[in-house]
Design a protein around this ligand. Structure first.
Ligand code: PTJ
Length: 261
């Protein structure tokens, strides 16, 4: 579908189109469309732009990734179509490999998602060779299968648009988990060490810029950034931001609201 550039919601419609095309080419799971719709609804609550608290969450996440001994970035179908080039660039800057790890129809889609990343410029994609597969204890669904060289042995796992089950399993394995999730109340958001409440489309380019800057920092400076952060407090600020924003909008006359959204 061709979306006219002057459509008031052109950018959102173009993104939606990417997800739909991704589903037809089996990169995105059918449930990925539902997940995307849920994300869109939460993004409305943020005003579809990055709030200041998200920039802090992103900075702490980058600091932790840079300090990690063995960081890894987990890629699912939605992320592979929404921001493949950006994920590859971030992976290069912070030195964290990419691993395909899927919830739905893993065996059928895994190679298709990996190909999307390779076609977008990735040099190495983990998670696709059966000889390197192993299982995460305590998980029964397809996401339990991970790469021994990647998620299984990593100390810090970056898992955008994740399901809560795996987050808790990874935490039980002693790993630090970073996520990007527009829903601040999802199980993933609540159980991660660092939750970035932002649209992954905005968060990853911002993290790239932050990583370029933080790469020059000394270890002690990065540790200071991490030690000053508390995910529970950060989620509370997120909820306060959303509720105050809604309260403010509720006071605006409806005609004015039409110009805001
Ligand atoms: O490709 P697969 O098979 O691994 O499946 C991927 C999905 C996303 C379908 C799967 O992990 C899933 O079902 O996830 P959930 O449980 O629906 O959780 C997705 C979360 O991501 C929800 O809380 C959404 O609000 C959030 N979300 C959706 N789109 C975005 C987002 N968060 C940030 N940026 C987005 N663009």
């Amino acid at each position: 579908m061709t979306i006219p550039d002057d459509h008031p919601r052109a950018s959102s419609l173009k993104t939606r189109e990417k997800i739909i095309e991704g589903m037809h080419s089996k990169i995105v799971a059918e449930a990925g469309l539902i997940a995307h719709g849920r994300g869109e609804a939460y993004d409305y609550l943020l005003g579809e732009e990055t709030p200041s608290f998200a920039l802090i969450q992103e900075k702490v996440a980058v600091a932790l990734l840079l300090l990690a001994e063995k960081p890894i970035i987990s890629i699912n179908g939605n992320v592979a179509v929404l921001c493949p080039e950006e994920m590859i660039l971030l992976s290069k800057i912070i030195g964290a490999p990419l691993e395909v790890n899927l919830f739905y129809n893993r065996t059928e889609r895994e190679k298709i998602v990996a190909k999307k990343l390779l076609d977008s410029g990735a040099e190495l994609v983990l998670g696709v060779d059966a000889e390197h597969h192993t299982s995460i204890p305590e998980l029964t669904h397809s996401r339990r299968v991970v790469d021994k060289r990647g998620i299984y042995s990593a100390d810090v796992v970056f898992v955008p648009l994740e399901d809560g089950d795996r987050t808790t399993a990874l935490r039980k394995m002693g790993k630090k988990v970073i996520t990007v999730d527009l829903n601040p109340l999802s199980r993933t958001s609540l159980y991660s060490n660092i939750t970035i409440v932002n649209n992954v489309i905005r968060a990853i380019p911002e993290m790239i810029e932050i990583a370029k800057e933080l790469k020059e920092y000394k270890q002690a400076e990065l540790e200071k950034i991490i030690n000053a952060f508390d995910n529970n407090e950060s989620l509370k600020s997120t909820l306060t931001f959303i509720s105050e924003r809604l309260e403010k909008l509720a006071k605006v006359e409806l005609n004015k609201l039409k110009n805001i959204e």
